[in-house]
Design a protein around this ligand. Structure first.
Ligand code: LAN
Length: 667
């Protein structure tokens, strides 16, 4: 099989790329961004529905219908809901989903609900829901607070030097447990009505008043018990219980007031979007229960409703305010890669690129927050968020990808990102680096790894500390190296050192089989794409054993049809689990990795390219397949636009090499 310019594969790839580019371009929104379905986690929509019950706010008729459709479309044949839309039954999400459907107006007699309820009763009832599920039920008076392990507000009063002070936690965990602690302190619940009294009969197998809930604090269904409580967590829970029974009212009041200051700060700092969907709901639940809360709630509903997504399978709550910055940087990377192989990516899509670049420029965060230290916020100035500027939380890799695009288009767009702003981004990236050489997601690592033993969620893994990740580290290395080329002499020594340390982290996190474990995509295919790209950017030569081993890892997993397919169980089981079918997005990551690594196996790469050509639809897009995004080991999330830009990016990189080598051959 030849892959030179005479091979029919090259014109086939060219045609595929042109169509893919046009399709990508047609998906751009009026604001210049790309933005996609970000559903997957199944606990979010119920939380949205619960909040409406608590706040007494109606959900529009159209939305109600589409939400019901969503639950039904993602329901498993056995009646359950998974923790994510493609997962096996999970008590946490099935009980919340069932309750949400009842709140949305469905009758218990509805066949779908009967099946759901049968699953709940067969698998241990709501008593086995993971702690976040029980907490949400408690707010509706469907589970009493004495059946919960305490979430003490007083933790916020600990000295900041304490190793368990909340400021040491990963920001998502911190911001979720913040409103939870306040609501726990208040034992907040809405008065039960007839529907709630009926529900009490439906989600348990015994009369509610006969259940000794305090004996079920640690009851958890097998389906929900990914990270079982260890002896340290159990001991801490007992100690907190003892404290809860004897706590001083005065100290509690101080803690509660402090928490509300943090809640209000987070609302202000994010234009009421809040860091993520869970604290967006819970902060609002807090407002429902505080004096004068209605005035705080009222102006914020529009922002909350931006989390809703009316998708192909119904209406869901997205996992983030939007995916705009992230989708836009990768769409632009794909378009730019087409330039590299003379496919006139930018040239033929000038307007698209200008508008997208404008969007990115306008969505860089330009200021630090006032009083940020008191509220444990790292600097923000110069950063890019995952979604849009008003959200205000900068992320290490979003900042890096944003900066890379800004530098790549500097000089070719009408209004480039200013030099000062690019310098701000570089400084911010440098400030984020950890002592181990790697980069975390939002902040520098603040807590000890041992804190994971106190993970009270049980259903998620790795939520306690923002550790260094190969993905974030790779993106930061790539950005810093390109920054060194773009701004020679700027922070030269610091960048040099940062890159060297980053490379050291990547080397140390490579697994003996040559792969890297991804944390935010499925899984080893995703991680290895970043591991290899980061090492190469950091100056590691292509014949380095680390690169060769990574290439070997991928080649050994290519399927008969030329594609790669990794199952999401890889993420929870932490070993490569093959998916029965090849997946377009994973094949794109693998192909891009091999091309960048200068893999000697032309046949393998040609087969991968042929797979991508063959799976494209007539309009230039690729099919929706298994979910390829993940967080915290167990929960998948849909990056719907990955199938639109990653195949283009990978094939364009492949084609550029084909053209270069055939040009050399001609010479
Ligand atoms: C995200 C979304 C973006 C994502 C990337 C930038 C793509 C990644 O490279 C780093 C991690 C990050 C920032 C990320 C982390 C976990 C998030 C925030 C999410 C997957 C979106 C939703 C998820 C959040 C934790 C969901 C709420 C659940 C909890 C367990 C708190």
């Amino acid at each position: 099989m030849t892959t030179g310019s005479h091979d029919p594969l090259v014109p086939g790839v060219e045609k595929t790329l042109k169509l893919g580019l046009d399709n990508l371009s047609s998906l751009q929104t009026v604001s210049g961004s790309w933005c996609g379905d970000y559903g997957g986690p199944q606990f979010l929509l119920p939380m949205y529905v619960f909040l409406h019950r608590i706040a007494g706010r109606d959900i529009l008729e159209y939305r109600r219908g589409r939400m019901i459709e969503y639950f039904f479309n993602t329901q498993n044949p056995d009646g359950s809901l998974g923790i994510h839309a493609q997962g096996d039954g999970c008590m946490f999400t099935t009980v919340l989903g069932y309750t949400a459907l009842r709140l949305l107006g469905l009758s218990r007699a509805e066949e779908r609900l009967q099946r759901m309820r049968a699953w709940i009763l067969d698998n241990g009832t709501a008593l086995g829901a993971a702690p976040w599920g029980k907490f949400m039920l408690a707010l509706l008076d469907l589970y009493p607070y004495e059946g919960l392990n305490p979430i003490l507000p007083e933790l916020w009063l600990l000295p900041e030097s304490s190793p368990v002070h909340p400021s040491r936690l990963w920001c998502h965990t911190r911001q979720v447990y913040l409103p939870m602690a306040w609501l726990y302190g208040l034992k907040a619940k809405v008065p039960a009505d007839d529907l709630i009294r009926e529900l009490r009969k439906e989600i348990y197998d015994r009369p509610y008043h006969e259940i000794r809930f305090h004996g079920h604090r640690d009851t958890v269904a097998d389906t929900d018990n990914y990270k079982p409580a260890g002896s340290l967590l159990k001991a801490v829970n007992l100690a907190m219980l003892a404290y809860e029974k004897t706590h001083s009212r005065h100290i509690r009041e101080r803690a509660m007031a402090l928490i509300l200051r943090h809640v209000d700060y987070e609302d202000r700092a994010t234009s009421r979007a809040n860091l993520g969907p869970v604290n967006a709901v819970l902060n609002r639940v807090c407002h429902c229960f505080r004096p004068g809360g209605k005035e705080i709630l009222e102006p914020g509903w529009d922002m909350l409703d931006r989390y809703l997504w009316d998708g192909h399978d119904g209406m869901k709550m997205n996992g983030y305010l939007s995916t705009e910055v992230w989708d836009t940087v990768f769409s632009l990377q794909a378009i730019l890669a087409c330039d590299e192989c003379d496919l006139a990516g930018v040239g033929s899509h000038r307007d698209t690129v200008e508008k997208a670049h404008d969007f990115l420029r306008e969505n860089q965060i330009v200021d630090d927050l006032p009083d940020s230290e008191a509220f444990y916020r790292h600097q923000s100035k110069g950063g890019w968020p995952f979604c849009s500027r008003e959200h205000g939380w900068p992320i290490t890799d979003c900042t890096s990808e944003g900066l890379r695009i800004a530098m790549a288009l500097d000089g070719s767009v009408v209004k480039p990102v200013s030099v000062d702003r690019m310098h701000d981004a570089i400084r911010l990236i440098l400030s984020f680096q950890n002592e181990d050489g790697g980069w975390s997601t939002y902040e520098k690592r603040r807590g000890g790894l041992w804190l994971e033993q106190l993970n009270p969620s049980l259903v998620f893994g790795d939520i306690m500390v923002d550790i260094s990740y190969p993905e974030c580290t790779s993106a930061c290395i790539q950005a810093l190296v390109e920054a060194r080329g773009h701004f020679p002499n700027l922070y030269e020594d610091r960048i040099q050192r940062a890159v060297e340390d980053g490379v050291r982290f990547l080397r140390a996190s490579q697994r003996p089989d040559g792969s890297w474990e991804g944390s935010w995509g499925v899984c080893f295919t995703y991680g290895t794409w970043f591991g290899v790209s980061g090492l190469l950017a950091g100056g590691v030569p292509r014949d380095d054993p680390a690169i060769l081993q990574a290439v070997g890892f991928l080649l050994a997993r290519q399927k008969q049809d030329g594609g790669w397919g990794e199952h999401h169980l890889s993420c929870s089981e932490r070993r490569y689990v093959e998916h029965a079918q090849s997946q377009v997005v994973m094949t794109s990551w693998a192909l891009s990795t091999l091309v960048r690594a200068g893999c000697g196996d032309d046949v393998a790469m040609a087969r991968a390219a042929r797979f991508l050509v063959g799976t494209q639809s007539p309009v230039g897009s690729w099919p929706r397949e298994a979910l390829a995004g993940v967080f915290n080991r167990t929960c998948l999330i849909n990056y719907d636009n990955y199938r639109h830009y990653f195949p283009v990016l990978a094939m364009a990189e492949w084609l550029a090499v084909q053209k270069r080598t055939s040009a050399i051959r001609k010479v």
